[in-house]
Design a protein around this ligand. Structure first.
Ligand SMILES: [Mn+2]
Length: 137
């Protein structure tokens, strides 16, 4: 199992490759607000654990295992953003709050939160009721 920090890196590398087609150490460092030497160290660990293959002058590519995990982590992040948005959390808090909780929930909880999101998407009346509760609190 990847640690929270490894998850952050795998998620970020996956999304960089999705969006730009590649992930450089400098891009990862910039996006995660860490020193490039920390990125290199972590990338070496992720290589050792077979999430990616890192070649100093050719950059890095995710292994099938890294891709599967990265996709799941990105989906988890998106689901939690959706959940906070559905329950009425202000936009300004959403990203940071998701970064704070995403590593600390079991996949069981993530799946059940997915049910709640689906429930509100399929039942606009329930969403209206939730909104009226919110307005009164
Ligand atoms: Mn995230």
């Amino acid at each position: 199992m990847p640690t929270p920090s490894m998850e952050d890196y795998i998620e970020k590398i996956y999304s960089l490759i999705e969006n730009k087609g590649y992930a450089r150490v400098s891009d990862i460092a910039e996006e995660l607000l860490v020193h490039p030497s920390s990125v290199t160290k972590m990338v070496q660990k992720l290589d050792k654990d077979e999430y990616l293959v890192y070649e100093k002058y050719r950059g890095l590519i995710l292994t099938p295992k890294g891709k599967t995990v990265g996709k799941r982590l990105l989906e988890r992040h998106a689901l939690l953003e959706c959940f906070l948005s559905v329950i009425g959390v202000e936009e300004a808090h959403i990203y940071e709050d998701v970064e704070g909780i995403e590593h600390h929930l079991s996949w069981n909880s993530i799946d059940r939160i997915g049910d709640v999101v689906q429930f509100f998407q399929e039942n606009p009346d329930a969403l209206d009721k939730l909104q009226s509760i919110r307005k009164n609190n």
